[in-house]
Design a protein around this ligand. Sequence first.
Ligand code: AMP
Length: 539
Amino acid sequence: MQGLMMDRALTIHSILDYAERNHGQREIVSVTADNPCHRYTYSDAFARTKQLANALSSLGARMGDRIGTLAWNDHRHFEIYYASSCNGMVCHTINPRLFEQQLIYIINHAEDKVLFTDPAFIPLLEQLATKLDELPILVVLSDKANMPKSGSLKLICYETLLEGESPQIDWPDFGEDTAAALCYTSGTTGNPKGVLFSHRSTLLHAYAVALPDVFNLSTRDSVLPVVPMFHACAWGIPYAAPLVGAKLVFPGPKMADGATLHNLMESEQVTLALGVPTVWLALLDYLRINDLKLTTLNRTVVGGAACPSSIMDEFRETFGVTTHHAWGMTELSPLGTLNSPNSEWSELNTEQRAQQRLKQGRGICGINLKIVDENNNELPWDGVAFGALKVRGPWVCSDYFKLESESSAHHADGWFDTGDVASIDEQGFLKIVDRSKDLIKSGGEWISSVELENIAMTHPGVQEAAVIGIADEKWTERPLLVVVPKNGADVDTSDLLMHFDGKIAKWSIPEKALLVAELPHTATGKISKMQLRQQVKSG
Ligand code: AMP
């Protein structure tokens, strides 16, 4: 028997309609290249969104066309998200930090019809232009007064494009499975792969992340996504914030600037900020050096890479801010799990609670998790057994966009193989042991690089740490610790290695450590172990 409920498509328009009607006066504040503090409301934003949607049609963009963005987090990028998707087009966010070859591949593969770019990326586009199969129509995210010049490219000014366009629109009618956004993930081998989010998956993900035990979002929040809008749609914040009417604060090109982040947090009364661990290391450093406080921030969400306990401890003890560890992947829109305490935690002692906090958290309702051994047999949720992590759910990608060859991550059994290795405890808390290719096999035993890094980060002189496996004749592989010392700290390698004593099994403690001025990072701000391995190999 069928239910008797209205068949209304789950599309992104519903977020726009809701926020416009119910939270029209909530603010969106942005730092942009042409304005250090742009301020307007959801009403203003969505009126301009409709002007932009009309402008896209005037430029000749049609349903299904990819609309590229090379842009930081700001209000114009937000407008493009909605104008393209609600118009039946696909918002294709591009990570400007990728290598030139990857950018060329991605833009060619996506066949972007229009490309919106921040002024700062014009020199990059001038370099890429001749190598692209077809040059998209280029629109610069700027006002007229600050338009950059280009000798070789024809550039349209964003604000001029909007002028004269109507803020009225009849959105086209389409189904909830229509593609809404596209984001490429850059694996360590092969070409980047496109994850194509639908309206349905985006809306369901937005509802899910707003839940109390996930981002716990409400209209009383002021949210600062430091995670870029080109990194898995800033973890869904541009959709989830208007879905509850939360204020949005965008740091623009100043993502990595401690002073800007602190100023925004204080002046805009930010309550929630989200980002990868590297960003928080930089901010905490800045706060420490300048003896500053955070008066309104009450929680951060840290994900994209394992969050060291040192970040959680400093946020909590010095600033009274709770850190929630989250795990996800672009392929999961991106959120899969988030760590928030359950009632059983009240029975844990301080050390047990600290261990539990470090885990990546429980699966969100809608996402199924399982861990399997090498024969695909499911392993128990006992907090001890670990194996390949597989997931499925309505916001998990079922295939990659226009992939030339079959993806081994999608198997016939309907589960997506994440490439991560994990354990899950009796209460459902996931612990990422490692990326499968980063696990170290030594004397037949597995060593988790993540666990060693966590311990290294508790040393008072360590700013950042990475552990990689290096070939060893006797043991196959041994862990090598690579450390960036804190500014001015007098760190010595034997002291660093002694720091592991008593904290982990003796055989898994590294024998060697290197001190370096900096570690290589990926385009999304994570430590690049692939590059680090190459650097160590080449001495
Ligand atoms: P991306 O698609 O670029 O966001 O990368 C996803 C990958 O980042 C995952 O498969 C994990 O290997 C890693 N990752 C994300 N969040 C965490 C976390 N909290 N702890 C450890 N690894 C993480």
